[in-house]
Design a protein. Structure first.
Length: 445
């Protein structure tokens, strides 16, 4: 991707609004603006970090009044000369301003290209670049907090520290390669092995955050499951705060899955209401039940709803490790056979038990000791794959060291582990990797 050209894009969502923002980035940003901007000060005389009022014109006259903010390289988001043009937020006027900018010499930016340039120009590492998208997509306070922590560089700094420790270990091993007559002595071998074990332990701590990271980014896939008429749709409506699902005393009312997202203590929870689980000869209901079983198989968490006022009919499918047992209709009393089980006493009718349910969901996902302020690192699926590969290579290198193998063999494993760590923060400049990451960004970011 050439960095000599100047790119432009609308950075605010398309639609009607009070304001819209267009970005221009590249060495020719001021030159692109000059022929279409009319103001008291020409773009060539702009002072960095100041806002200038003027108008955008085409040959037929004024298109819109605008405010232009100038950021000079390298002190900008992208590390290049950067202009932000604020105009009125109508669809037509915003598009017209963009068309004039492109006609004046800018190129339409690719998805994520502004952030990609920030990475390529050393303004952030790859984990921080990915955090920009997490910040945009955050649906809860906890997800926002985690994205800001990653954007601040906490994950990147930890990985840089790990790379330095691994690099030191690798250099120590490779020093023996230069002197083939010398073997790694016992004391040195123990020192190197201790370092490898320390690296493995620190990688384990990072890998342990993968599930939390997935939940914060994509939501906890939570299926509301149970027999007909136990209160599944009533529970969905209660948690949402409005009537989303039809509630009826007639069994089999819910024929398809219904999915909505709610916020439980900062955790985005994707609630999925399902058809009542039972045998049915009705083709439509049978299809709904088939979809119910599929959703249960894909779920992160299952809320198994039962009528707590009646004796248990069948609990053979209940797994407390991946489920929360919800004893609904507790306002009618709790049947003695339920009392021995660790269930949440609940009543959709009386709206009781909500806090206990929230606590049960939190405990299943985050653990009892995790607090909002503790979520400083939450790796994503790409990070997880790289770190797992690094850990496996370190384990092989450690075994080779214990077995007294030649330093050349140990060096190969440690070097590949170093490359795997470097891939997380972008130390390996592979075009395919960058293209895959930044293609998920929105235009203008």
């Amino acid at each position: 991707m050439p960095l000599e050209d100047t790119i432009a894009a609308i950075s605010t969502p398309i639609g009607e609004g009070a304001l819209a923002v267009l970005r221009l980035s590249g060495p020719g940003a001021l030159a692109v603006l000059t022929p279409i901007f009319v103001g008291a000060i020409a773009p060539g005389k702009f002072v960095p970090r100041r806002v200038y009022f003027g108008k955008i014109e085409d040959p037929a006259g004024k298109v819109d009044d605008v405010l232009v903010t100038y950021f000079r390289s390298p002190n900008s988001y992208t590390g290049e000369d950067l202009l932000e043009i604020s105009c009125h937020g109508g669809i037509l006027v915003t598009r017209r301003v963009l068309d004039l900018v492109l006609a004046a010499g800018a190129r339409m930016a690719d998805p994520g290209e502004f952030t990609q340039r920030a990475f390529l120009n050393g303004k952030m590492d790859l984990t921080q670049a990915e955090a920009v998208m997490d910040l945009i997509r955050a649906q809860t306070e906890l997800a926002l907090r985690a994205a800001n922590e990653q954007l601040a560089g906490h994950l990147g700094n930890e990985l840089i520290d790990l790379r330095e420790l691994l690099l030191t270990t690798l250099a120590h091993v490779e020093a023996y390669i230069d002197f083939p007559d010398e073997q790694i002595d016992a004391d040195t071998g123990k020192l190197l092995l201790d370092r490898i074990v320390e690296l493995e332990n620190r990688l384990d701590r990072l890998l342990a955050t993968a599930d939390q990271g997935r939940v914060l980014r994509h939501g906890l896939r939570t299926v509301i499951y149970g027999a007909p008429n136990v209160g599944k749709s009533s529970l969905l409506n209660l948690l949402l705060g409005y009537d989303r699902a039809i509630v009826s005393e007639i069994p089999g009312t819910t024929l398809d899955t219904i999915e909505e997202v709610i916020n439980i203590r900062g955790i985005p929870v994707r609630l999925i209401d399902t058809a009542g689980a039972r045998e049915s000869s009705d083709l439509a209901e049978s299809e709904g039940i088939r979809r119910t079983h599929y959703q249960v198989e894909q779920a992160d968490l299952v809320i198994q709803v039962v009528d707590g006022s009646r004796p248990p009919a069948d609990l053979k499918n209940f797994d407390s490790r991946g489920s929360v047992l919800l004893l609904n209709k507790c306002d009618l009393g709790v049947h003695p056979e339920w009392r021995a089980l660790d269930g949440v006493c609940f009543s959709c009718k009386e709206r009781t038990g909500l806090e206990d349910l929230n606590q049960a969901i939190w405990d299943r996902v985050m653990g009892e000791k995790v607090k909002l302020a503790d979520v400083r690192v939450a790796i994503n699926a790409r990070h997880q794959a790289c770190l797992q590969r690094a850990k496996q290579l370190l384990a092989v290198g450690g075994r080779s060291l214990q077995d007294g193998k030649s330093p050349e063999f140990i060096s190969i494993e440690l070097r590949e582990a170093l490359d795997a760590l470097g891939e997380v923060i972008g130390k390996l400049d592979t075009e395919d990797l960058l293209g895959r990451i930044f293609s998920e960004f929105c235009i203008g970011k």
